[in-house]
Design a protein around this ligand. Structure first.
Ligand SMILES: Cc1cc2nc3c(=O)[nH]c(=O)nc-3n(C[C@H](O)[C@H](O)[C@H](O)COP(=O)(O)OP(=O)(O)OC[C@H]3O[C@@H](n4cnc5c(N)ncnc54)[C@H](O)[C@@H]3O)c2cc1C
Length: 333
């Protein structure tokens, strides 16, 4: 089958779910991804400030499903994923409780988490910086897409909404069966802070789940030795409760509060960071999920996938993307 005779599929959102779906449809459909951001990857975001780098969103991935395990093995073989080497502890006001973590194998992207999405996108057609605002069903079948500036983005036989759940409500034209299901999903909010320090902090761990603190997670970036000054770049995630309580606060205030909380949690003297940044993930993780791998409306040929369908992690997003591709192949047949 030539590419032009293949059904045209639009996938809105180039996070892990959208990229997985696009990759699985290769050879079966002519797929076009649309991504509103300047990068692919969605919530597995990387942040770079000069020579300092941070895994900004997702930190590591875990595997429980055999299908996902196969994919992770392929990522390991190609060198974009490595077993997580970092030492993780539980931390309560400087008191370190070592976690016996041998039961959980963690993996991290190499040299950073976004290596995974970058590689997946390599063979995909992705239109970056394109925010789709309207998906318009056509009486003769298929969909027309328009971006947020009103520009026409093409006609497609099938459409996949691979965005976070709350973003589905932003499209006009989506059938109620999908819009209503997505509207039932609640998401956590997460303030995250990124700090680099000139002096080594000499902490006896690389990452910690933090107890009794505004913070819930802190982690030192473990990048490529010798190429970047990654040794004292710390990512800090505030707990969902604290983040919600200070949802409307000023960034400067959040930054200082999280820096103080970091020194208090580690029980070390404060030092001035070299670089600092703060970000609010307004929709970080789904609190509840759909309990269905993906959604598809046969009548109008539109579907939806993402971590909010399955499980609030990378594995959930990938499995939902696979399932969406499978559902589309059935529809095509
Ligand atoms: C702070 C944080 C820490 C995390 N830590 C971990 C962890 O340690 N381990 C783990 O497994 N998971 C973790 N996660 C969860 C993991 O990142 C997500 O489950 C996963 O990345 C979700 O992928 P997705 O493709 O479903 O959605 P997303 O990654 O949100 O992708 C959706 C994409 O759609 C795009 N988009 C939205 N609307 C439009 C539009 N109108 N037009 C075009 N594009 C659009 C967005 O820009 C985005 O790129 C974390 C998440 C956060 C926020």
């Amino acid at each position: 089958m030539t590419e032009s005779s293949q059904p045209r599929v639009a996938i809105i959102g180039a996070g892990l779910a959208g990229l997985t779906c696009a990759t699985a449809l290769r050879g079966f459909a002519d797929v076009q991804l649309f991504e509103k951001s300047v990068f692919v990857g969605g919530r597995i975001s990387r942040y770079q400030f000069g020579e300092y780098r941070f895994n900004h969103g997702e930190q590591y991935l875990t595997v429980s499903n055999p299908l996902f395990l196969n994919l992770v093995k392929a990522w390991l073989d190609s060198g974009i994923v490595r077993p997580w080497e970092g030492w993780i502890v539980e931390l309560d006001h400087g008191k370190v409780v070592t976690l016996d973590d041998k039961s959980t194998q963690r993996y991290t992207g190499y040299p950073h988490m976004q290596a995974i999405s970058d590689q997946m996108a390599h063979h995909c057609k992705v239109r970056l910086s394109t925010q789709i605002a309207e998906v318009e069903p056509q009486a003769s079948g298929g969909w027309r897409l328009f971006d947020d500036r009103g520009a026409y983005q093409g006609h497609f036989d099938l459409v996949v909404l691979a965005t976070a759940a709350h973003q589905i409500g932003g499209f006009s034209g989506v059938p109620a069966v999908i819009a209503d299901a997505a509207a039932r999903i609640d998401m956590t909010l997460c303030w995250s802070a990124l700090f680099s320090f000139e002096q080594p902090l000499k902490l006896p761990f690389d990452s910690a789940f933090v107890l009794n603190s505004p913070l819930s997670w802190i982690s030192r970036f473990q990048g490529v030795e010798g190429t970047h000054r990654d040794d004292e770049c710390w990512v800090m995630h505030a707990s969902p409760e604290w983040s919600m309580q200070y949802a409307a606060s000023f960034r400067g205030r959040i930054m200082h509060a999280l820096l103080d909380a970091f020194f208090e949690a580690c029980d070390i003297d404060a030092q001035k960071p070299l670089t600092s940044s703060v970000h609010c993930w307004k929709h970080a993780l789904p609190i509840n999920t759909l309990g269905q791998d993906c959604l598809f409306d046969d009548q109008t040929a539109i579907g939806a996938c993402g971590d909010w369908c399955t499980a609030p992690r990378i594995e959930g997003a990938v499995l939902s993307g696979f399932s969406m591709a499978d559902r589309i192949m059935k529809a095509i047949r």
